[in-house]
Write a protein that binds this ligand. Structure first.
Ligand code: FAD
Length: 403
């Protein structure tokens, strides 16, 4: 019988796990443990409204005591003893006594950590936590020279806000195009102009070779003066604390869960950014570092922790708000999938659909939310499209169904 569930990581995935367990009628002991001092909050607003100063925080309004959830904040979990089913915890700030928590089910929801660069000065900014956002906001004064390292999702959003706050912004990117880690060059190329239109300078093919106080050095030898340095070059699953537990990780360091989100140890589950799972839909193991996955995966893990047998195989989805545009992506494309454009390069709004044969497997849309809603359904149902109609942006995608 399940009497005691411990959820490690008080981000959105951990909080949603606790809520889903209660929604499914679980009324036993439930502990939500978080290393940060703050109650669970939402991360997407950190690089948008919180950074801009439109919102002071992005905390979730949840009545934890009312739900019977014991919220232990500022405490870090150490590697669990999966044979004895116990978890040791210690104060995240150091000091104090270690405590041991017994569990019947353990849910790992420790998210991801941003990647830093060697030699990064202490004054440089990463953007993952509420405290990171508050510190960066204070530094983004009008006229400040800001160098953003990385033209990925976080870099683009940080550059957007820095420009809105009146900073002089240079974005340096080692790859040849923005978002090179996620999108083919021909798609990223269409986004290049957004930087200049917003008054930011984008330098691609520009690798950083070092930092000094007040400047960033490029591999070319050029030195860029910088009052503020922001690094947004990706994140890695925060799973180092599991070392020695015997819980299997994949090559990228994520907890290697199965298609029911079970980790390799009995009674242990993994959700959100820290987990990967095999997708039958895409024929690959997916590690998804996006909000929707952190929202959805807890429902499956909570159900299975309570004895259900549900498979998790979603069509991944995410969005990004950059340079006044809404960018949305659904699905998962691979190198063999064929892009089909809806809208020309100069259009304000466009999308690209990736086809495997005639079946859409992924879609990226810029200011075309209807394409996302309709395309997502086609992807979910594996509905073939008529290529000529799907390539015509005036034809709604739901009316581009083939044969
Ligand atoms: P996290 O939110 O990382 O939470 C994990 C928590 O676990 C952390 O609080 C951490 O301190 C804690 N923890 C770690 N180790 C331990 C331990 N040993 N013991 C106790 N606690 C521990 N996605 C989108 O789709 N669209 C967006 O626009 C978007 N914008 C984003 C903007 C920013 C600035 C960031 C950082 C992310 C953004 N994302 C976005 C991604 C999305 O926010 C993440 O996918 C999501 O937060 C992952 O949730 P999580 O609960 O799995 O992990």
């Amino acid at each position: 019988m399940v009497q005691r569930i411990v959820v490690v990581g008080a981000g959105i995935a951990g909080m949603q796990t606790a809520l889903a367990l209660r929604e499914r009628g679980y009324d036993g002991g439930l502990t939500l443990l978080g290393a940060e001092p703050h109650p669970p909050y939402d991360r997407p607003p950190l690089s948008k409204d919180v950074l801009l100063g439109k919102a002071e925080h992005s905390r979730f309004e949840v009545d934890y005591p009312g739900l019977g959830v014991e919220l232990l904040l500022g405490r870090r979990a150490l590697a669990p003893d999966t044979a004895r089913r116990t978890l040791r915890t210690e104060a995240a700030a150091g000091g104090g006594d270690a405590e041991e928590l017994p569990y019947d089910r353990l849910v790992l929801a420790t998210g991801a950590r941003p990647v830093a660069l060697p030699g990064l000065p202490g004054s440089a900014h990463l953007l993952r936590t509420h405290d990171d956002a508050v510190a960066l906001k204070a530094a983004l004064r009008p006229g400040a020279r800001v160098v953003v390292v990385g033209a990925g999702w976080i870099g683009a959003e940080a550059a957007t806000v820095a420009r809105q706050l009146g900073c002089a912004v240079t974005v340096v990117e080692a790859a040849g195009t923005p978002l090179a880690g996620a999108l083919p060059a021909e798609v990223g190329e269409r986004m290049r102009g957004w930087y200049a239109q917003a008054g930011a300078e984008l330098r691609t093919g520009a690798a950083v070779s070092g930092f000094s106080e007040g400047s960033v050095r490029l591999a070319s030898g050029e030195v860029l003066p910088a009052d503020v340095v922001v690094v947004g070059i990706g994140a890695r699953p925060d799973t180092g604390w599991l070392q020695g537990s015997g819980i299997a990780l994949d090559a990228g360091g994520a907890v290697a869960a199965d298609d029911r989100l079970r980790a390799s140890a009995e009674g242990v589950f993994a959700v959100g950014d820290c987990a990967s799972f095999p997708s039958a839909r895409y024929g690959a193991r997916l590690s998804v570092h996006h909000w929707d996955n952190a929202l959805q995966s807890p429902r499956t893990a909570a159900a299975n922790a309570l004895g259900a047998d549900e498979v998790y195989d979603p069509v991944p989805y995410f969005w990004s708000e950059q340079f006044g545009r809404m960018v949305q992506y659904a699905g998962q494309h691979g190198p063999g999938d064929q892009p089909l454009w809806r809208g020309a390069a100069g259009d304000a709004a466009w999308s690209v659909l990736w086809l495997r044969g005639d079946v859409p497997v992924a879609l990226l849309a810029v200011d075309r939310p209807r394409d996302v809603a309709q395309g997502r359904r086609l992807i979910e149902r594996r509905t073939p499209v008529d290529r000529a109609r799907a390539a015509d942006p005036s034809v709604p995608l739901k009316e581009a169904v083939g044969g």
